[in-house]
Write a protein that binds this ligand. Sequence first.
Ligand code: HPA
Ligand code: ZN
Length: 326
Amino acid sequence: TDIESFIRGLPKTDLHMHIEGSIEPQLMLDLAARNGMKLRWDTAEALRGAYQFDNLQSFLDLYFEGCKVLVTEGDFRDVTRAYLRRAHEDGVVRAELFIGPQSFIERGTPLEALMSGVLGAMQEARREHGLSVGLMISVHRHRTEADAMVMLDQIMPWKDQIIAIGMGGAEIGNPPAKFARFFKAARDRGFRTTVHAGEEGPAAYVREALDLLQVDRIDHGNACLADPDLVRELAMRRIPLTVCPLSNLRLQGVTEMARHPLKTMMAQGLHVTVNSDDPPYFGGYVTENLLACRDALDLSLQEIVRLVRNGLEAAFVTTEEREMLL
Ligand code: HPA
Ligand code: ZN
């Protein structure tokens, strides 16, 4: 349709996606076969059929199971390359990718292999597609702060190739406050920071992310709406929120897209961006997310352009790099 090609043609960003959550079903089967592993599913359709979730934890269970197929440097290169090609075809001009190395290192993949595969595919995408792309290292909040500190030490050799430090995983019961020292350490070492907050957790977690962790961006952040003072502060400070509408729908953060708070968030002056999170699991890349919002929330073209511009403005790039994206 006209609107679909309009959206696809806009120079978009994807500022919240997880490399290990971007493995398309057929690639997951191929990687499993390559590594001599047997999955619980024999076909891509069967695997896709398993993408039904009640909440964040039920998704994380499948996500971490799927992570097991990523073992070698070549695996990390192939999955990163496949995502970046799809993103480029989707009209994404700037992609900021999370990867959470802890589970891979735990199973014996050297961090060098993971980094070399991911960074190699990123360099290839810059060259072949002219894509602007940055890597963010994410720690797991369901692990300890000491574990996160170890991760921070381990990634220092790649400091100049990492645009930010983030945190994901099971949110409820693992508030930002648990990681206050870790985020301070990351900031002291010169990293930008971002954190998943207010996806399933309450507004108080978004408040902690802002005050205790002093992050540059919030991933999701939906729950902030319950606290008007917090909304005002996020809006005035122009703290970007990387919202993922299809993710929220599929993890039952909203019962239907028509009830998604995206439009309310925009109306309250929040710096909202639209992102894919884990595209195969949630049923779409950035264009599908924007289209789903437009259809359910009756977004105007002006609002769609605003969302896309917000993404460009929220990207972890210099002013010079930003101008080159348009
Ligand atoms: N939230 C928490 N953990 C995650 C997510 C998310 O959206 N995606 C991948 N890991
Ligand atoms: Zn996420």
